[in-house]
Ligand binder design. Structure first.
Ligand code: COA
Length: 260
């Protein structure tokens, strides 16, 4: 499949999806949202892909937000559809059963911050700037920012960033847990690939079930989350990977996972 606003590169079991509208700082217009939807459908079915890296084209921006020229035309009805559509695509990313690593290579503002928040892991370049500046436009975040930022950092910090619209630099993003690591920009993709390869080298049944359990933690009570964890743990113990992983440890050799 070919895309107008995305670049797709698949190598060593890792798909790198690059949002490619650098002249608009990779702002998410409706066409790009549809392509993101489509590319994740494509990657879901690709048995050659174990991990996805999501990044932005150029050195300036990951994604500078929803496309404000499209936002400007919304009315109450179309705005509800707009938010529902973006949220559905970002939910697809969060619930993707392969790990999605955001390589945040510059501005991650508004929808860009929300896109990074929907990913499972965020790595940032030293020039990255996160933020939810929607109040400056007279709106609130609509692609999940009020919910995911609040859950990832805490409600006091999320309130500060959403109410002031202030940007969060890479150092602060790391300090508050919004970015897992910060790297010089030139090394960001290499580091994301390194992490992707490490994950791709594990048994993928365990990776997928880990993601399912981690995602549930945001949705269900502790009691139900623990029940789910026990069930998924039991499922793992029925896999060939489990036998291989534990046997390899006992035999002091490297496991050879078959992802079954
Ligand atoms: N939607 C549409 N176009 C955008 C955009 C967005 N969210 N963010 C940047 N662009 C466009 C600019 O309009 C400009 O296009 P032009 O060259 O055709 O005029 C181009 O990208 C470069 O942006 P520019 O503002 O000139 O770069 P800058 O370095 O001076 O500023 C930002 C960078 C990120 C601070 C600034 O672009 C900005 O504030 N963007 C909007 C961020 C935002 O509010 N996002 C949330 C939307 S809900």
């Amino acid at each position: 499949m070919s895309y107008q606003n995305l670049l797709l590169d698949i190598k060593d079991k890792i798909a790198t999806v690059t949002i490619n509208r650098p002249d608009k700082l990779n702002a998410l217009n409706a066409a790009t949202i549809s392509e993101l939807d489509a590319v994740f459908d494509q990657l879901k079915d690709d048995e050659n892909v174990y991990v996805v890296i999501l990044t932005g084209s150029g050195e300036k921006a990951f994604v500078a937000g929803a496309d404000i020229s499209e936002l400007n035309k919304l009315d109450t009805i179309s705005a509800k559809e707009f938010a529902d559509r973006g949220q559905a695509v970002f939910n697809k990313i969060q619930n993707f059963d392969k790990p999605v690593i955001a390589a945040v290579n510059g501005f991650a503002l508004g929808g860009g911050c929300e896109l990074a928040l929907a990913c499972h892991i965020r790595l940032a370049s030293d020039n990255a700037k996160f933020g939810q500046p929607e109040v400056n436009l007279g709106i609130i975040p609509g692609y999940g920012g009020t919910q995911r930022l609040t859950r990832l950092v805490n409600s006091g910090r999320a309130a500060e960033y959403i109410l002031t619209g202030d940007m969060i630099d890479a150092k602060e993003a790391f300090r508050i847990g919004l970015a897992n690591h910060v790297y010089p920009q030139a090394e960001l993709l290499e580091k994301a690939m390194e992490m992707g390869k490490k994950i791709a080298g594990k048994g993928q049944q365990a990776i997928r079930l880990s993601l399912k359990a981690i995602n549930a933690a945001n949705e269900v009570s502790l009691r139900d989350g623990l029940k789910l964890e026990a069930s998924l743990f039991a499922l793992c113990c029925g896999t060939e990977d489990f036998k291989e992983g534990t046997s390899a440890f006992l035999e002091k050799r490297k496991p050879d996972f078959k992802n079954r």
